[in-house]
Write a protein that binds this ligand. Structure first.
Ligand code: PMP
Length: 406
């Protein structure tokens, strides 16, 4: 049978994730990987979670083993409302401002369906988080690719593009600007308060929504905490949060927070996708955040990542610092730094050399929906040990030297 002929255009166009393909070699013996962006499993509070899981399966089985509502478990919603009140000064939330999703990834997918048509426009950063790119690309919209600077997206560039759209008579088709406000994946950079306010001004002026994806905000090592864009403009921002980096990604729990009119539509789209987020993981997370101070719980995790970031910055300076034209970002939190090599480098080509040198990174080409900057790469510091970070950087330098000598 010709299966290909039965596929939809979307399925035909879909490509396997470059990251998954590249990281197949991550477990080869002796390999040092700066590739994967997954949290360190030793940070998961497994003993406490095991106790809660046993308790709720035995005593709350009528809820946790049953279908739930599409909106989500109200115990978890309430726990989340309390967290946002305590840590973000957001004190106006009701249940109808939120829907629990299967991770933020589902939220991105649902938002694509809820807001984008083929003729729609949306603005994204370049580079962009790969998962957002794959979710939005499925709707085949027009992308405005806004350069990402060290303090967030280039708002002058964005405004210029919006003016163009206005002149063309297409501004009504412009739906949203998508940003990762804290410790960007892949770039490691954050948007300052002034820039957040300016983005909100632009959103008002050109009447668009802001999608604020913030999985890493709680993982701040240093610097001042910055207000969420959502708290500056709750009527036109959709905030995406997740338990993946603060509790465990295996729970697959995220939350969409926003104007109730939008949340209702996202919920209806979700109903068609999966009826409901698993009741068991929702109640498990709800009990965990009710019984523990989540921000206290993640302090050791933050310390661990801060120390690894310090080792990474030190190793980069030591092994890469003398390369003319090289640049990398300094993350105040999160899991990543972004390296830009001189223009003549192609990190995808160099990947084969690095593999032989037994070090892995993610070539930057994975993070663009337009023509990629081939001389870039994402470096993650969360999983390797301090010794591996130094040794891995030494190997990366060897790879760079070998590539340059070719
Ligand atoms: N957004 C960003 C920026 C991310 O880095 C990730 C995780 N890599 C996600 C969303 C999705 O996270 P999850 O589905 O695990 O909540």
């Amino acid at each position: 049978m010709n299966y290909e002929s039965k596929l939809s255009c979307v399925a035909r166009g879909i490509k396997s994730s470059i990251i998954r393909e590249l990281l197949k070699v991550a477990n080869d013996p002796g390999m040092i990987s700066f590739g994967g962006g997954v949290p360190d499993p030793d940070t998961f509070p497994r003993h406490k979670m095991a106790e809660i899981a046993k308790d709720i399966i035995e005593n709350e089985y009528k809820f946790v083993l049953q279908y739930g509502t599409t909106e989500g478990d109200q115990e978890l919603m309430q726990g989340y409302i309390d967290l946002l009140k305590k840590y973000e000064n957001i004190d106006w939330l009701n249940y109808d401002n939120m829907v629990i999703t299967v991770g933020s990834q589902q939220a991105l997918y649902l938002i694509g369906i809820t807001l984008l048509d083929e003729e729609s426009y949306c603005a994204v950063s370049r580079p962009i988080y790969l998962g957002a790119a794959s979710a939005f690309v499925q709707r085949n919209p027009h992308f405005i690719n806004v350069p990402l600077l060290k303090d967030g997206i280039d708002l002058d560039y964005l405004e210029n593009e919006l003016e163009k759209l206005k002149k063309e008579g297409n501004i009504d088709k412009f739906k949203f600007t998508y940003v990762v406000s804290n410790f960007h994946n892949p770039a490691g950079v954050s948007m300052g308060l002034e820039k957040r306010k300016k983005l909100v001004e632009l959103a008002k002026k050109y009447d668009f929504l802001i999608i604020e994806d913030d999985p890493y905000g709680a993982l701040r090592f240093e610097g001042e905490k910055v207000d969420t864009i959502y708290s500056l403009a709750p009527d036109r921002t959709i905030l995406l949060n997740t338990f993946s980096k603060v509790l465990s990604p295996g729970l697959r729990l995220g939350v969409v927070i926003g104007p109730k009119e939008i949340v209702r539509r996202v919920t209806m789209v979700k109903q068609a996708a999966d009826l409901a987020t698993p009741s068991l993981t929702q109640r498990l997370a709800a009990k965990f955040i009710n019984e523990n101070d989540l921000m206290e719980e993640i302090k050791p995790t933050i310390k661990l990542y801060r120390e690894k970031k310090d080792s990474m910055m030190k190793a980069m300076k030591k092994h890469l610092g003398d390369i003319k034209g090289i640049d990398w970002t300094y993350p105040e939190g999160g899991l990543f730094t972004w390296v830009t090599l001189p223009k003549e480098f192609d990190t995808m080509e160099m990947f084969e050399i690095a593999k032989k040198e037994k070090v892995l990174y993610i070539p930057g080409v994975a993070f663009y929906v337009d023509e990629p900057d081939k001389n870039t790469m994402r470096i993650s510091f969360c999983l390797p040990t301090h010794e591996e970070i130094d040794e891995g950087m030494k190997r990366l330098r060897n790879s760079i030297n070998k590539y340059a000598e070719q």
